[in-house]
Design a protein around this ligand. Sequence first.
Ligand SMILES: N[C@@H](CCC(=O)N[C@@H](CS)C(=O)NCC(=O)O)C(=O)O
Length: 218
Amino acid sequence: MLQFYYSRLSINARRVWVTLLEKKLEFEPILLKLNGDQFQPDFLKLNPFHHIPVLVDEDFKIFESLAILDYLEAKYPSPSFMPTAAQDIAKVRMIELVTVNEFPPASIVLMKEMLDVTVEDKKIEQAKQTMATVLKYFDNNLTENSLYFLGEQLTYADIVAGTAVDALPNLGISLEPYPQVTKWVENLRQRPSWQQTVPSPEEIEKSKAVMKAILQKR
Ligand SMILES: N[C@@H](CCC(=O)N[C@@H](CS)C(=O)NCC(=O)O)C(=O)O
C-alpha cells in the first residue's frame, strides 16, 4: 500500500493528500511532528532534505510534492488532473510553479510578522505586494461561469494553488478584493477532499509555538 508521510499543517503535503483522496487511492497516512521527527535517521533515508511530503510505493521513494503529483497522475490516471492540450498543460504548470515559487518566501515573512519574529518593514511590504500580484494573476485566470481554472474539470492548478490560497487568510491576507478567487475557493471548499484535509483553528493555534521557534532560527 502507498505510504504518505505528512503533517496536518503542511500546505506542501496537503496538495498530495487532496490528490490521494480525489483519486480514491488506498494509502497509509504517517503523521510527522515537524519539531524533530523529520531529522530521525529512518526519515532521512526517505528524504535527505528532511521535508515532508514523502510518498513510498513499495520500494520506490518520492519526495518533492510536484514530483509526487506527477507520479500519481502517471500511475493512476483516472480521474485525471492533468489536461492534454498544449496550452492547458502550460497553464496548469504555470499556476503550479507560480504557487510553489512565489508564495513560500512571502508566506515566511508574513508568518514572522504574525508571530512577532523580527522582520524588516520593507520585507513585509514586498511580501504583501507579491501576494497581491499572485492573487490578481489567479483572479484574471478564473471566470465567473466556470468552477475551476480550466472550466468544469478539477486540475492540479486548482489543487496546488487552491490549497495554498486557502491558507492565506490565516496569514492576514484577505481574499475579498479578488471576487473570482473568492468564488473559486468556495467551490473547492465544497469538495469532501478539502473538508477532510483542512486544519482546524485549534490545530493552527497549537502549531504557532513550534512555527515561531523554527522561524526564529531562519
Ligand atoms: N519543495 C518541497 C517543500 C517541502 C517542505 O518545505 N516541507 C516542509 C513542510 S510544509 C517541511 O517538511 N519542513 C520541515 C523541514 O524542512 O525540516 C515540496 O514541494 O515537497
